[in-house]
Design a protein around this ligand. Sequence first.
Ligand SMILES: Cc1ncc(COP(=O)(O)O)c(C=O)c1O
Length: 404
Amino acid sequence: MIKDELRTPGAVRDAQRWTAHNYHPLPVVIASAEGAWLTDVDGRRYLDCLAGYSALNFGHRHPKLVEAAHAQLDRLTLTSRAFIHDQFADFCRELAQLCGKDLVLPMNTGAEAVETGIKVARKWGYQVKGVTAGQANIVVAEGNFHGRTTTIVSFSTDEEARADYGPYTPGFRIVPYGDLEALTAAIDGDTVAVLLEPIQGEQGVIVPPAGYLPGVRHVCTTRNVLLLADEIQSGLGRTGTTFACEHEDVVPDMYLLGKALGGGIVPVSAVAADAEVLGVLKPGEHGSTFGGNPLACAVGTEVVRLLATGEFQRRSAELGARLHGGLQALVGKGLLAVRGRGLWAGLDIDPALMTGREASERLMTRGVLAKDTHGSTIRLAPPLVITEEEIDYALAQLAAVLTE
Ligand SMILES: Cc1ncc(COP(=O)(O)O)c(C=O)c1O
C-alpha cells in the first residue's frame, strides 16, 4: 500500500479541524479493538499500554461486559433516579460489599465522584462533626489530579490545569504528597476531610513512602477527619489488589471510584462509604440524571463480579512483577527511574535522550501505544488481560526505542 492511500493522515486532520484542542493525541486513529490490542483505520495493530488511563482494566470488549451491555440495551437503558429500575439494587449492593461499606452513590465521571465526595464531606462536617458554618476545609496533596471541574482545578498545583479558570473555590489546603508532618499540621478543628490518591497517577505514578497512608489514616481517625481515597485510577485491580490502599492495610472512610467501573463501555463512577457518612444526604440535595442508569448498572455489576473472582488482581500482581523486573533492567540504559505497583508504571526517561512525547511516538511506530505525563515521564498501564508474551513485546520495543 503506498502512503497516499493511508486513511490515517486525513482522519487526523479532520479530527483536529472539528474539535477544541484540549488534547494532543498521538496521530493514530483507532477503528477496533479486542483484549489488549487495537487496530487502526489502516489495519495496523498496536498493543494498548494505556488502557484508557485504567478505564480498560478488563481489556477492550471483555465478552462478559459486552454481553451484559447488549442484554441491557435490549431491555431498558434509562429511567432517571425518579424511578427505581431492576439493575440498581444489585449494582449498589455488590459494589458496597466489594468495598466493605454500607452504601453506594453512583455517578458517571470520576470528577463527579470527587465532587460528590467533597460535598458529602462538607455536609458531614457541618451536620455531624459540628464545624463552624461555611468554614469547612479539606486537606489535599501537591501534584494531585482529581478531575477537571472548576472546584477540583481550584486545588490543582498543575498550572496547565488551573490557570485562567478562577475565581477559585476556597476551602482547600495543599500539602506536599508523602509528608505526614505537613499534613498533620494542616488539620484544624474545621478540617472535614483529607483527600488523596493512594498513588498519584497523572503525576507520574508516584508511590508515597511506606507508612505514609497508615499514618494519614491514624491522624484522620484521631482528629475526627474523613479519609477520602481517590481510587479512580489506582483502584479496581490496577495495582494487584482491589484497592491501592490495601497494600498498606488502610481502609478509607470513602472510596471514590470511576474509570474501570464502567468496564470501558459506559462512564460509571461511584462513592462508597458507611451510613453515618453517606447518610447525610437527603432527597433533593444531590443527584445526576444519568448516575446509576440501567446500562451503567448492568455493566458495573458485571465489573464487580469480575473483580470478586480475584483473577484480575492476581494477574496484575504476577504480571506486574514481570513488567517491573523488565523495566528495572532498563534503568541506567535510557531510563532514570521506574515507579509503580502491579501493572502500573511511571518511567522517567533520560531527558537528554528524548521527551515522553517523542518516546510515545516512537513506541507507536513500533506497535505499542503509551502516553507521556509530564516532561520525559511516560506511564504504562496495560489492560490486566495482557499476557507475559505481550509484556515482553512491550519491553522489547521500549528497549529498542531507548537505544535507537
Ligand atoms: C485519580 C483521578 N481522579 C479523578 C479523575 C477524573 O476522572 P474523569 O476524567 O472520569 O472525570 C482522574 C482521571 O484521570 C484520576 O486519575
